[in-house]
Design a protein around this ligand. Sequence first.
Ligand code: FES
Length: 275
Amino acid sequence: MGYTIRVKEELIPGQTTMMVIEAPQIAKKAKPGNFVMLRVSEHGERIPLTIADCDAEQGTVTIVYLVVGKTTAEMNTLKQGDQFMDVCGPLGKATHIEKSGTVVCVGGGTGIAAMHHIAKGHVEAGNRVIAIIGARSKNLLLFCTELSSFCPEVRIATDDGSEGHKGFVTEILKDILETEDEVAEVVAIGPVPMMEAVCRVTLPFGTKTTVSLNSIMVDGIGMCGACRCTVGGKTLFACVDGPEFDGHQVDFGELKSRLWQFKKQEEESMELFSK
Ligand code: FES
């Protein structure tokens, strides 16, 4: 049995795609922060993707991916009605969500989609959520409408000023931390440099900061070691110990040096796929 793609939408043509996939067992159990492992075909690579949304009644999970390599390019050839061979999950530890007050959720790039699920969880738990999303330009902003449907406070930053604040999400965040009475937690999901910058901003305020290291995962089941990271001086694995961690404890220097460790293999694989 395969997993049927019920909806496929190119959010940014040729670059970022959203799929709603029929996976009723996963949809029943998935929580914000969980991820799934997908495989297009028998000889395909398994790839981990954070769940952007799920609907237990419809039996669907939503994923959003950036077309960066061979597998995501192959995924992009699938159409509505086609099937994935495997969708396995929910995996990873779910986000710790409790009623805590004001929570600021920061998202960048495709991380906005994963952040959207977590922001929704915080709203459902009764927290006041301020969402901050950022992109280079207005047409690269994701999930703006979806976030606004349940979160009245969505702030936007674009590098070129085509929408919202001209500049970085961290500038909006700093302003919020300086003006709000109390922020219980900041959650950041996006490119590693963005998450590192968020942690640098929150540290002097002593605000609890959670980051998601989903982007360094490969096999997603604790076997390959690719997602090894140092958190609070301990060696941990993003896929089984996370993917979310206390951002102030993460060794970002080490993380950045490991990010492109499979770049060469990925390029070779993409070259073969394109032939
Ligand atoms: Fe392979 Fe975590 S992704 S060990």
